[in-house]
Design a protein around this ligand. Structure first.
Ligand code: PRP
Ligand code: URA
Length: 212
C-alpha cells in the first residue's frame, strides 16, 4: 500500500495485546465487547491530540494560574451502526461531554455496497470535530458514504477511527477524502472473496452483540 499523509497506524504493545484477544474466535461476547471499548479509549487518547482547547483560570491552593481544557461543545462522535456503537462508551470515558450522532449503514451481502437506513446527527455538528467510528474498515464503502453524508451536512473537520483496516479500505478512504485523518490500530493483509478482512476478527457487529 502507498504511504498516505492522512493515515495513522496507532501501534503500541498494549494495543497489540488487546488485538490478540479480539482476533481469537474463542473470545466470548462479554470480553470482546469490553476490549473493543478499551481499544477505542486507547486510540482516542492518541487521535484527539489536536483536540480544540480553551484557556481557563484555575485557583490552586497556592496561587492563580491558567490551564487549557478541552473546548466546550467541540466534539461529536458518530458510530456507524451497528458495530461502531461498541466504540462509543470507550471514547466517552475520555470526553464525557461529547455529542453522539448515529449513521445506520449495512453492507449488501451480494454487492458489498453500503445501504443507508438511519441518520440522526447532533445540532451544529458542522461546527464540531467529528470522529466517525467503526471497528472494521474493509472495502471502505461504509466509511466513505458516512463521511460524504457528514460533508453534505457541512462538517469540515472529520476524522475516522477503525480498529482494523484492510489496505483496500484504507486506500479508498485516504484517496476519496484526503482531508480526513484516518486512524487504525493495525493494517491487516487483505480482503477475502466475501470482503471480510484477513486475518481480521470475523463479523464485528455479530461478535459485539452476540447475534451469531
Ligand atoms: C460492517 C462493519 C462496517 C462495514 C465495513 O458492518 O461494521 O460498518 O461492515 O465494511 P466496508 O468497509 O466494506 O463497508 P455490517 O455492514 O456488517 O453491519 P453491522 O455493523 O450492522 O453488522
Ligand atoms: N465487516 C466486518 O464486521 N468484518 C469484516 O472483516 C469486514 C466487514
Amino acid at each position: 500500500m502507498k504511504n498516505y499523509n492522512n493515515v495513522h497506524i496507532l501501534d503500541h504493545p498494549l494495543i497489540r495485546h488487546k488485538l490478540a484477544i479480539i482476533r481469537d474466535k474463542n473470545t466470548n461476547t462479554k470480553q470482546f465487547r469490553e476490549i473493543i471499548s478499551e481499544l477505542a479509549t486507547l486510540m482516542a487518547y492518541e487521535s484527539f491530540k489536536d483536540v480544540p482547547t480553551q484557556t481557563i483560570t484555575v485557583e490552586t491552593p497556592l496561587e492563580t494560574t491558567t490551564q487549557t481544557v478541552v473546548k466546550e461543545n467541540s466534539i461529536a462522535i458518530v458510530p456507524i451502526l451497528r458495530a461502531g456503537l461498541g466504540m462509543v462508551d470507550g471514547i466517552l470515558s475520555l470526553f464525557p461531554a461529547a455529542k453522539v450522532g448515529h449513521i445506520g449503514l449495512y453492507r449488501d451481502e451480494e454487492t458489498f455496497e453500503p445501504k443507508e437506513y438511519y441518520c440522526k446527527l447532533p445540532v451544529n455538528i458542522e461546527e464540531k470535530v467529528v470522529m466517525v467510528v467503526d471497528p472494521m474498515l474493509a472495502t471502505g464503502g461504509s466509511a466513505c458514504d458516512a463521511i460524504t453524508m457528514l460533508k453534505k451536512r457541512g462538517c469540515k473537520k472529520i476524522k475516522l477511527m477503525s480498529i482494523i483496516g484492510a489496505p483496500e479500505g484504507v486506500t479508498k478512504v485516504a484517496e476519496a477524502h484526503p482531508d480526513v485523518e484516518i486512524y487504525v490500530s493495525t493494517l491487516d493483509r487483505c480482503l477475502n472473496e466475501r470482503c471480510y478482512i484477513l486475518p481480521g476478527l470475523g463479523d464485528a457487529g455479530d461478535r459485539i452483540f452476540g447475534t451469531k
